[in-house]
Design a protein around this ligand. Structure first.
Ligand code: WTA
Length: 653
């Protein structure tokens, strides 16, 4: 079986016979321990979500669970609340005041522990400072920071004021940051003098300076001192975070009561065409969706030490480091740096040191760990672990089984969680006390979630047949729109199958009802769990003066899952060379991010195009994967292709 979409052949059928029922001792204590939860939620999804919503603290109770005018949903209508109140204040009013909210370790080994009480104090101070800089309800704030406690503090300070924030991953370039600041029209930026990564200082402030030079909406920049690296501070615009907070003393800034549908944040993600999309998440539904999934999928208990290894710059960090866990009053581990610094056992050293009980990481990381070898985890006592999770891309069964054996010690259920920036919350995943897991399958939709697999005509496909994964019923944490672009929201997600959300992923369901994710069926790449649009990379390449045209495709990559291959035609006068290849790689790193740097670049005199001048990526993929060439009848000039294939094969051999 294969799925063929715009993107061509995605994956062959995988037969997996191994089954892992929930360990009885785990099932006996699990938060989700009654299989009837599925039937109950299915019979009354709104009732199910309303039950979850009752765990939040509301300033005004909601009157109506859902208003669904496809494709626009409103959840928990009439309610008012505040995200920060739910994540911090309400815990600080109980014994949790002295419970660790964040146990942080910097890459150099420095440590900080912030209790919920500490967090409340720091969030208040930051909110007061932001307020003094003129930030009000509805104003946008851009956050570009390393993985230090001030990052969640900044997010929670914004939410306290009702100011939607947009976190930009610290690995993004000044150009990418500029684009996101401009699109969100952010008024204040929060950054740091740098962060540590593999022993080096990553200079974030200099990137902010570049991103806001010339015309910008940014009026003030708050700078956290993390590394002490020399930076430029612009008089009247830039302020040190510690000075601004110290000037406020220990204030109490009231939590702004906001409507359930008030924007909480915008997070930019790559799409098939054009510039990155600002995915908008609102307050109540997002908090309900993330906290309910966090409680039931990660089985969070008061005494757990929970570690999600994602960077907060991605949605996983928003939903499962900050909001989900903090609504639940959990203890979070937060780590600043790289997994192989100073050595390849850093993660396992952290697990041993902090007695981590729940670990949530990505298949790409697991594949690196496999390659590094079992001696690294074997150096450490990891008996504290009781549950493992993965997210970001399909996990190969071999990596799954390695994770089970060498990290989980054969005792920890694994939750393979499928979701997206747009879904806000996990949508397909085992419930660890109930679900028999299968290596490589994300298993079943979460209670109340309706997922279907459709063919091109919109009909459900039979078992074990690939098709387009859609979500056929609204869910609380769903994106509400693309910031400032309702039309694109409708076109991108809701026009192929009216009333149903198009995920862009291919999937199949097996005879046991388990879902198998088959990867993207559009022009989105998933490189080491990071989403990149082929268009974005092509634009970056074409911005180099030597390049006339570029076509980018994904190729299989042992560690990253997908790598980036670029086919490039040059302008007259430019000559192909290894040096030019290197320049083009750097160009992509500079314009987007080092994550997007092409693994392979091929110079070609022409690109294969259809008669309507569309580049035939499918054929390029066939070439790159060494497959026989598919249908070439719509090509303007089939000879272009034969030549390309020959040259590619020469290079490869
Ligand atoms: C992929 C990350 C298979 C998928 C939370 C999706 C997965 C895209 C899984 C979203 C999984 C994520 N199994 N594929 N468990 N989790 N994906 O927006 O292609 O960065 O559409 O959100 O990652 O990536 P995003």
């Amino acid at each position: 079986m294969t799925v063929t979409g715009e993107a061509g052949t995605i994956s062959a059928l995988l037969k997996e016979e191994r089954r892992y029922p929930p360990p009885p001792e785990f099932a006996a204590q699990a938060n989700a321990n009654d299989p009837a939860i599925y039937a109950r939620a299915e019979a009354d999804p709104e009732g199910f979500w309303a039950e979850q919503a009752a765990r939040l603290d509301w300033f005004t109770p909601f009157q109506q669970v859902l208003e669904w005018k496809p494709p626009y949903a409103k959840w928990f209508l009439g309610g008012t609340l505040n995200a920060t109140y739910n994540c911090v204040d309400r815990h600080a009013k109980t014994w949790r005041r002295n419970k660790a909210a964040i146990i942080w370790e910097g890459e150099p080994g420095d440590e900080r522990v912030l209790t919920y009480g500490d967090l409340l104090r720091e969030v208040n101070r930051a909110a007061a400072a932001l307020k003094r800089l003129g930030v009000k309800k509805g104003d946008r704030v851009a956050i570009y920071m390393p993985m230090i406690p001030e990052l969640p503090i900044a997010m929670l300070a914004c939410a306290r004021l009702g100011a939607p924030f947009t976190v930009v991953f610290g690995g993004f370039s000044p150009d990418a940051l500029r684009e996101r600041i401009a699109d969100s029209a952010a008024k204040v930026a929060i950054t740091a003098d740098g962060g540590y990564r593999r022993g080096n200082v990553v200079g974030l402030k200099a990137n902010v300076d570049a991103a806001i030079s010339g015309e910008t909406t940014i009026e003030k920049v708050l700078v956290v001192r993390r590394t002490g690296a020399p930076i430029q501070m612009q008089e009247g615009r830039d302020l040190w975070w510690h000075e601004a907070l110290d000037a406020e003393g220990y204030p109490r800034v009231p939590c702004e009561p906001v409507d359930s549908e008030h924007p909480l944040y915008i997070l930019y993600t790559s799409g098939t065409t054009g510039k990155p999309k600002g995915v908008l998440h609102t307050t109540a539904g997002y908090l309900v969706g993330t906290s309910a999934t966090h409680r039931l999928i990660f089985d969070i208990k008061e005494e757990d030490v929970y570690w999600c290894t994602a960077d907060i710059g991605w949605v996983t960090g928003h939903s499962y480091i900050v909001f989900g866990p903090m609504v639940n009053g959990a203890t979070n581990i937060m780590y600043e740096g790289a997994p192989d610094w100073p050595d390849k056992d850093r993660f396992w050293a952290l697990v041993e040191k902090y007695r981590i009980t729940i670990l949530y990481t990505a298949p790409t990381a697991i594949r690196s760990f496999m390659r590094w070898g079992t001696e690294y985890p074997a150096r450490h006592d990891m008996s504290s672990l009781r549950l493992l999770g993965t997210v970001g891309e399909p996990i190969n069964p071999e990596a799954w089984v390695w994770y089970w054996e060498h990290i989980g010690g054969g005792r920890c259920p694994i939750v393979d969680t499928w979701w997206q920036t747009e879904t806000g919350q996990i949508m397909i995943s085992p419930l660890p006390g109930l679900t028999t897991t299968v290596p490589g399958s994300a298993t079943k939709p979460f209670p109340g979630v309706k997922a279907e697999i459709l063919d091109e005509a919109g009909n459900p496909v039979p078992d074990n047949t690939g098709g387009n994964l859609v979500l056929s019923r609204p869910w609380p944490a769903m994106m509400r729109t693309i910031w400032g672009d309702d039309e694109r929201y409708v076109r991108q997600y809701w026009s192929k199958y009216p009333g149903k959300y198009l995920t862009g992923d291919g999937a199949r369901r097996d005879e046991d009802g388990n879902f198998w994710l088959l990867g993207r069926v559009d022009d989105v790449l998933n490189v080491a769990g990071h989403r990149l649009g082929t268009m974005e990379i092509e634009s970056a390449l074409v911005s180099h003066p030597a390049v006339a045209e570029a076509a980018v495709i994904g190729i299989s990559h042992e560690i990253k899952g997908q790598g980036v291959a670029a086919f490039v035609t040059l302008r007259a006068g430019a000559t192909p060379s290894d040096q030019l290849k290197e320049e083009l790689r750097e160009q992509v790193a500079k314009v987007i991010s080092p994550i997007a740097r092409p693994d392979k670049i091929f110079f070609t005199a022409e690109l294969p195009k259809t008669r309507s001048a569309k580049i035939m990526r499918r054929l390029l993929r066939d070439i790159a994967e060494g497959r026989a060439l598919g249908d070439t009848t719509t090509l303007t000039d089939p000879a272009v292709l034969a030549e390309l294939k020959k040259r590619y094969e020469e290079k490869e051999s």
